[in-house]
Design a protein around this ligand. Structure first.
Ligand code: TXA
Ligand code: MG
Length: 312
């Protein structure tokens, strides 16, 4: 997909003037606002229909720009940033004075991420060259719904709620397909707050530290039991009846009369097409979707996590 630099620059200017810009990232599409503009950020919450106590991730084009949002950047967090940024990982750190309570949900920590999608990086670099410090961006879906992985899915979710001066940038289908791994770096070792494509063993390998797994209540909004939900009822590992949507790896045969939503070849592809398949079920007005979750590697755990929340 070719990149329209003029349009990206216009979108960066719209951010500066307080408008919202939905943009592609390698995980899912985000709904962005200037992270120091309280009024612009408050529009994110109203467009999403999201409670304002739920904090947002600040997106930057580089490690240096991201460092400015943190009061303290522990050594192991630096190692993670150097290893996995730009990429599908957000770090939770003690916040600096730059991070207002209106993006942190009133907490003294802030989440930051450097995404790898070329359109996201170009938008963030343009915005920073215009004096911007970072772009606050949740996934570009209505609260509790399935994250969008294409510009048309953003239009479907938010089209009715955006203003004419807001932007939706098109960067094709998101490569990873599920939201970033979130890692709390405010303790003595990393703690996983949300599973994603950067896996537990990747984090332990990069830092040389064992993850903290003390079962402390997870604070992220994606951790609400019900989340990522399509209209269709999601059933895990159930027997599919005729007329049900069906999603499974390619070697798993479609039950008689069921509607095949996708046939991913491996777990990475399963993650990539997951949300798109759930959307397809809704566009076909299917009442139920039976999913056979992949098993085996660590990305399967992130997929299973999303599916379990979608099934509540
Ligand atoms: O892949 C992603 O991370 C996407 C793309 C657009 O970057 N963004 C995304 O944002 O998934 P959102 O808002 O849908 O999910 C971010 C999660 C929320 O559950 C929020 O509660 C959590 O990050 N979060 C943000 N700041 C936090 C903080 N200071 N401490 C703990 N959790 C935080
Ligand atoms: Mg979200």
């Amino acid at each position: 997909m070719s990149i329209d630099l003029t349009r990206i620059n216009e979108a960066a200017r719209a951010l500066v003037s307080g408008q919202l810009v939905a943009f592609p990232t390698e995980t899912v599409y985000g709904l962005g606002a200037d992270a120091v503009n309280e009024e612009a950020v408050s529009r994110i919450y109203s467009v999403k229909g999201r409670p304002s106590s739920h904090p947002l991730i600040v997106h930057c084009s580089s490690l240096d720009a991201a460092f400015k949002w943190a009061g303290d950047f522990p050594e192991f967090a630096k190692r993670l940033a150097e290893e996995f940024w730009p990429g599908p990982m957000a770090l939770v750190l003690q916040k600096s004075a730059l991070a207002g309570g209106f993006i942190t949900g009133g907490q003294d920590t802030v989440a930051v991420r450097v995404p790898s999608h070329p359109v996201a990086l170009a938008l963030l670099a343009d915005f920073e060259s215009l004096g911007g410090a970072g772009v606050a961006a949740p996934s570009a879906n209505r609260f509790g719904k399935v994250s969008p992985t294409s510009a048309s899915a953003v239009q479907e979710e938010l089209g009715d709620f955006l203003e004419a001066e807001d932007f939706i940038l098109d960067g094709g289908s998101s490569d990873v397909g599920i939201e970033s791994t979130i890692i709390d770096c405010t303790g003595s070792a990393p703690r996983l707050l949300r599973l994603g494509a950067i896996t537990a063993s990747m984090v332990e390998r990069a830092t040389g530290l064992k993850l903290i797994t003390d079962g402390q209540a997870i604070r992220v909004s994606g951790s609400h039991k019900s989340h990522y939900s399509p209209e269709a009822k999601v059933l895990l590992g159930a027997e599919a009846s005729p007329g049900d949507g069906f999603l499974a790896l390619v070697d798993c045969e479609t039950p008689t009369g069921a509607v095949r939503l996708a046939s991913p070849k491996n777990t990475e592809e399963f993650a990539r097409v997951l949300y798109q398949a759930l959307r397809k079920a809704d566009s076909l007005a299917l009442a139920r979707v039976v999913v056979i979750p992949p098993a085996g590697d660590e990305i399967s755990l992130a997929i299973l996590d999303r599916l379990q929340r979608a099934s509540y």
